[in-house]
Ligand binder design. Structure first.
Ligand code: SDX
Length: 431
């Protein structure tokens, strides 16, 4: 990272000025370092959605929203999608380099031997109603992990941090499958060490006690690819949440649980569930025009879920890959889902409509993914849980990066105060 020019900022009302360094990274826009602005001028900056604000330096993921570029540690998402696996991509996000054969074997061995959850955690589920949303059960269960691992969660210890990463990546599928099994009243399934990461998850999700599960290579490949595409995405809302919670010194399980709850929102990871509900509400291709009209109507809070993105003002590269994959997977599985036609008509109508074109609203990662999850037999309320399994790799990579950064400080934004001016207390009988 280099510090080159200086940006001079002058407040003409007070004639106070600040000379602010311009910081440049490997790729992307330069950033004005405003660290001394308040001291120099007495002013804060204001950017409530952080649309123009870099919250940190990071070497993990790079996005160019105008060009539709997404790199994990410099590798284009298209190449990782074609050539890598989710576990290898997780290693890359955590360590910064693709693993050698030996490094990957050790990583895979470590993950495989940390997949079980404590038996007492299984009892935890009994406190939930059977119809609890799986995201509620997932967030609570992951937060509770710190109750089982209190002996090795020293955030300043590199080995403890690495062990937490292994445990979280390993246990998320086990806990996620338990959330699903609990919601349908089926007994939990122990992770099978002889299965690969995604097959092991599908086995824990769908194997019934009465008969062996026939695993589908098509399903496993599709899910592994979706996990790669969802693994990380720079400083999105949930990753920023993990970093803010991590900046207080909170343990990794509490930090990741905070990320899970942030992801749940329909404006973020909850969009994949909302897209399916929207497609089902639209129902058929002939109702698409009405949906597009509603999405443009400011008096109607209906939005095209799965459309638009704070950073991508071009196609989300992940959406392109998932769209192609949807046709292939449904074809290979012999699934004919009428919602796919609704989605394609909706995309076609929106991409021709000035409202969406002017605002550069394109399908994002959540637009098609739910159709594939549905074809794999995953229920709608589990879609965001899928997203969380994958994003755990990115969240914990960012959490570790922040703890490896010397001089990291607690995140504590300021505000514009719009409340009452100072005033004296009024006795109750005088109000
Ligand atoms: C994810 O940040 C990440 O990287 C997230 C993510 C990741 O991998 O971590 O990529 C995952 O969260 C993807 C996004 C999933 N969310 C949705 O699909 C929900 C629908 N999309 C929107 O709610 C919205 O587009 C956001 C939240 C994604 C982005 O919101 P912004 O950047 O704050 O944009 P905005 O709300 O200011 O919208 C700009 C304009 C507005 O119209 P005007 O005020 O200019 O007239 O576009 C309109 C909005 O009303 N608009 C939409 C729309 N999205 C934006 N209008 C209709 N339908 C939509 N989906």
């Amino acid at each position: 990272m280099s510090e080159s020019k200086i940006v001079k900022l002058v407040d003409e009302s007070t004639n106070r000025s600040s000379e602010l360094p311009l910081l440049s990274g490997t790729l992307g826009p330069a950033c004005i370092d405003i660290g001394t602005l308040y001291k120099d001028t007495g002013h804060f900056t204001y950017d409530p959605g952080y649309g123009s604000t870099a919250s940190t330096k990071s070497a993990i993921t790079y996005i160019d929203g105008d060009k539709g570029v997404l790199l994990y540690r410099g590798y284009p998402i298209e190449q990782l999608a074609e050539k890598s696996t989710f576990l290898e991509t997780s290693y890359l996000l955590l360590n910064g380099e693709l693993p050698t054969k030996d490094q990957f074997s050790k990583f895979e061995h470590d993950i495989t031997h940390h997949t079980m959850m404590h038996e007492s955690l299984k009892d935890f589920f009994k406190g939930f109603h059977h119809d609890a949303h799986p995201m509620a059960m997932l967030a609570a269960s992951v937060a509770s992990l710190s109750a089982f691992y209190h002996d090795d969660i020293d955030v300043d210890d590199a080995d403890d941090r690495k062990l937490a990463a292994i445990r979280l990546i390993a246990k998320m599928p086990t806990i996620a499958a338990a959330c699903y099994r609990y919601s349908i009243g089926w007994p939990f399934r122990y992770p099978r060490n002889n299965l690969e990461y995604v097959d092991r998850f599908l086995h824990m999700m769908f194997e019934v006690p009465s008969e062996p599960l026939e695993l589908s290579p098509v399903a496993a490949k599709a899910l592994d690819l979706l996990f790669i595409l969802h693994a990380d995405h720079e400083q999105n809302a949930s990753t920023s949440t993990v970093r803010l919670v991590g900046s207080t010194g909170a343990n990794p399980y509490a930090s990741i649980a905070a990320g899970i709850t942030a992801l749940w929102g329909p404006a973020h990871g909850g969009a994949n569930e909302a897209v399916l509900e929207m497609l089902q509400e639209i129902g058929s291709a002939d109702k698409v025009e009405t949906a597009v009209k509603r999405a443009k109507d400011k008096n109607d809070n209906f939005r095209l879920m799965g459309f638009g993105h704070r950073v991508y003002k071009n196609f989300d590269p992940r959406a392109k890959i998932i769209r192609e994959m949807t046709h292939k997977v449904l074809g290979e599985l012999g699934v004919n889902d009428p919602l796919l036609e609704v989605a394609m008509k909706l995309e076609e109508a929106a991409l021709k409509d000035d409202y969406f074109v002017e605002r550069k609203l394109y399908p994002n990662v959540d637009f098609y993914s739910g159709i594939i999850y549905k074809a794999l037999g995953i229920p709608t309320e589990m879609f965001t849980v899928m997203f969380a399994i994958a994003r755990t790799a990115g969240w914990i990579a960012h959490w570790i990066e922040q703890h490896e950064t010397p001089g990291a400080r607690i995140g504590r934004p300021r505000q514009i105060y719009t409340g009452a001016d100072v005033r004296d207390y009024v006795a109750a009988d005088k109000r």
